[in-house]
Write a protein of this length. Sequence first.
Length: 290
Amino acid sequence: MVINGHTRTCGLIGNPVEHTMSPLIHNTLARMLSHNLVYVPFHVEEGKLQDAVKGACGLNILGLNVTVPYKSQVMRELAQIDPLAAKIGAVNTLVRCENGFKGYNTDMPGLYRAMCSENIQIEGQEVILLGAGGAARAVAFLCASKNVKKVYLLNRSVEKARAVASEVNEKCNTDCILPMQLSDYRQLPDGKFLAIQATSVGLYPDIDRVVIEDDAFYEKIHTGYDLIYKPSDTRFMQLVRSHKGRAYHGLKMLLYQGIIAYELWNGVSVSEEMAMQVYEILKQEMDIKD
Ligand code: NAP
């Protein structure tokens, strides 16, 4: 690519950022769409978030992604917040606006687009959601906004599960989210469920770990979606498949949250064909064969 006087800059702020796949997504899109744009990671030290956002504004940076640990904190630094991001309470994308940046959440619509692309239906489903951290909150909001029948939200710390459930139920005017202690999974009703794995258990390098081991649990799952993409075949996915369920990793969620951010920054619409080309490049880089 040619960097010249017209090149626009986008980037990622977080800590750490060294492991990120986002530059590959955005720089590939820029190349494919012949946009004069470069995307770089910015490691932001604790206590420097305000400086980083102000500096980015002063430097006329086109857009930023935000990752751990700043997705909630960054909201204090913004000129505007999109209503969906305000409701979820987390921002992962900043877009230039008058007087600063406007914050969006593209994780939730990214997961939805990823699920649609795998033909996973969420509407009307009974869902088991494992975890109550930042990612699980976005999943709980997605479920509530897509009229699921019920979400059994299981977490090791049950008080966190309760807090997420009551917040999402209240903000979405529903009672579909039911908090449960993780170890009480045997109390789940009979039936077959869509299970979304949103804990960090099984994440590289602890790839042999899984949040629930019991075969009886996996008998209940018709489709398992693990938000983890490294490794791309988690123990959770293996257990789902060994009980005849369909299993997916989270790389497409990562892809689509990036694509939606890119669309917001550049006012374009990325075709499915192009999305799949970027996906193939991501898979190649991560040595994923499926
Ligand atoms: P987080 O806020 O730190 O939450 C971690 C969750 O995992 C909590 O619910 C925690 O339970 C649970 N957990 C951790 N260790 C556990 C253990 N030993 N046993 C049982 N539960 C345990 O993390 P996050 O940001 O939500 O991320 C969760 C996962 O989603 C990560 O693996 C991340 O890589 C993945 N993710 C993927 C994408 C994507 O684009 N594909 C996007 C975001 C996140 P407690 O509350 O009891 O501690």
